[in-house]
Design a protein. Structure first.
Lengths: 384, 384
DNA sequence: TTGAAAGCGCTAACAC
DNA sequence: GTGTTAGCGCTTTCAA
């Protein structure tokens, strides 16, 4: 394999000028087909492919897109193993990764070069959004994990080049948005619990100021008022998405009220829900016999735990894919609708049961829950 | 905010030439401190920062590094929710992501620009490794998720520029390696089970040809022969890392032997272990009373399931960090040791118990396992 | 349909 | 210390 093949080499070997090679590679119409073929063939032989830096530099308008991940390094929260050892955990773990996969899948399908940059909130103070884009010669950017307090969040609304945010809506001429209807989906989730017979529900909320949380909470309230019921504000507990805080909050609640009050926990995320379930079990209670629990996200761990977590799956990979697609279209001037809401759907696993037979369901076996047939138990029952 | 600030603008505003501005920005020694200050100040005012493409192009040797993630899009394996809905899952999910985080953390700490490229096996056929590096003007590359069958795997050994692989060792002049001592760690893990009293152990292996699996299996054999014991080859089952396959394999085994044979499952990864535990429970058996299970990786879900998964945590983030560090050093000619093995340690949760009281431990409660005090039950007992 | 030439924004070698 | 200049590898007029 030859190294260092430049456009000139190829030009010389093909007996044409550099300009013509460029034309061949960029699908210009004004080039004789056979010339193009020949050039492309020779280029392939010597292993030539154009240097992106040079392309970027020479073409007037930069055309590349990039994915910028914000909250990866900062959003680190700790916890402790039972043996006392400290472990770290990412809140955004699942979501960032899947969104990235989806976006990259789109880029790969279209043969687009789309680098991913991990850019923390802290870095955003050192370099402005405009600077970052200029520095990388971006023609458009995909942003995920932005918080409303981030510098880039504010800069986006005045962005001169197209960009797309995921989950964090930003108003601006050139800003697209891909998200989920948080209000609607939480209304649905709440109704699901109400339909199951629950009347005393505790909401385990995330960060008080996070937009998603605000919207989701609104959905809960909507469901309540549609049935002319009231959600007491003291039944909304805040956990900040942190595992240890969630545990503390749930432990407190259980210590205070035990089974005397709520029959279900409605969680703003799967991570919260999973921790809640674990905490409930550690306190000697059962899910779903004593308490039902639902989450939101569709993260993988929800399948692994017992009982399986009933949740709303928002298909994060599709979200990433849709975001990349929207950005690409915006960059090409195909400015359809700049706001895309993705579908979601309820995944019923085993963490919800009707509340009425709480006390006759003690000592259940893994394969049967007493009050409700979980998918697992059903499957087991069928096969045995 | 002014837009389009180039080096010339800054030069003009500062009353110097472009060359001097360049000197100021690149920490050259031969520039008057106050000139530098002034230039930097003015640059900041107009929001200037040098374009990477231009830098790359003009400097002879390209100096940038990048992280290339291979198996993200291809390594997709499906499964089914209990309700029949199909879900997709990434085998590498946890690991890719955490390694990426670690590598990026290093880059950010050093103020290095390190784009992440998601580059599937399929793409590797369309563009050679050399081409990719040239195209992106890389000075070095970090590769994760490479399989021995990948095109880039083969290309690496002849790489002219420094590169570092994670977990997949490649022999070559310019290739560094960051990994874990798979043999040693699996010897330890096996001994842990043997020490607990297990004599009939089933190994749930991954892909037969994967290097990591080969090494890990070697570790198991070592532990056995150190005690002059024999691991029967029919007790090594292959699952290919796929959830559904794992379930099938374990189900088969249990259907055939029930509790009559093995007392423990030694799994090559946490994902396998978690699926194994779930399958065992679905079949009506208990972990750890009927079967002990251990995994390897330290993935987050291992904490969420019940019982907690006893496993070897290999701290993937540190792995990514170490890899980026090694690459950076290699690129700077600080060629210390090109092979870095990272520490690992056993995390004891609740999935292992001695095998001798299998049958007197039925019907246990979450808080007490009969045969062994798990960390959870211990904690619970202490607090109540 | 193609070649020639002027840059894109920067660095680096060589003057002064 | 600083200015000048010649590229880096490509795209893109403008001619031919």
């Amino acid at each position: 394999m030859k190294l260092a093949a430049s456009i000139k080499e190829v030009a010389k070997l093909s007996g044409v000028s550099a300009g013509t090679v460029s034309r061949a590679f960029n699908n210009y119409p004004d080039i004789k087909p056979e010339t193009r073929e020949r050039i492309l063939r020779i280029a392939k032989e010597v292993g030539y492919s154009p240097t992106l830096s040079a392309k970027n530099l020479s073409s007037k308008k930069s055309s590349g897109m990039a994915l910028i991940l914000s909250q990866l390094l900062s959003e680190r929260i700790g916890g402790r193993e039972p043996d006392g050892r400290v472990f770290m955990q990412h809140t955004m773990e699942d979501s960032s990764f899947l969104i990235m996969c989806g976006a990259c899948r789109y880029a790969i399908e279209r043969n687009l070069d789309m680098p991913v940059y991990v850019y923390s909130s802290e870095l955003q103070n050192r370099k402005t959004y405009e600077q970052f884009c200029r520095e990388h010669r971006l023609g458009g950017a995909l942003l995920f994990g932005l918080q409303t307090t981030d510098n880039y969040y504010k800069a986006l609304s005045e962005s001169t080049l197209p960009c797309v945010t995921v989950d964090t809506r930003v108003l601006g001429e050139n800003v697209g948005y891909v998200g989920t209807d948080n209000i609607e989906s939480f209304r649905m989730l709440t109704e699901y619990l109400l339909d199951a017979g629950h009347r005393e529900i505790v909401v385990l909320n995330g960060r008080k100021v996070a937009t998603v949380c605000l919207e989701r909470l609104a959905g809960v309230y909507e469901a309540y008022s549609a049935r002319e019921m009231q959600l007491r504000s003291e039944d909304v507990l805040y956990t900040d998405f942190r595992e240890d805080l969630t545990e503390k909050v749930v432990t407190n609640y259980l210590g205070k009220y035990g089974k005397s009050r709520a029959t279900a926990f409605l969680c703003m995320s799967d991570l919260i829900a999973i921790t809640a379930i674990r905490t409930i079990q550690k306190r000697g209670f059962s899910v779903p016999d004593d308490f039902s629990v639902v989450g939101y996200d569709g993260m993988a761990s929800g399948r692994f735990i017992y009982p399986g977590l009933t949740t709303i799956d928002q298909d994060l990979e599709s979200k990433g894919y849709a975001a990349a697609r929207l950005l690409n279209r915006m960059m090409n001037g195909q400015v359809e609708e700049k706001e895309v809401l993705l579908p979601y759907h309820l995944v019923e696993r085993g963490s919800v049961a009707p509340p009425w037979n709480r006390d006759c369901a003690k000592g259940h076996d893994l394969a049967e829950h007493g009050s409700i047939m979980t998918p697992w138990s059903r499957e087991y029952a069928e096969e045995c």
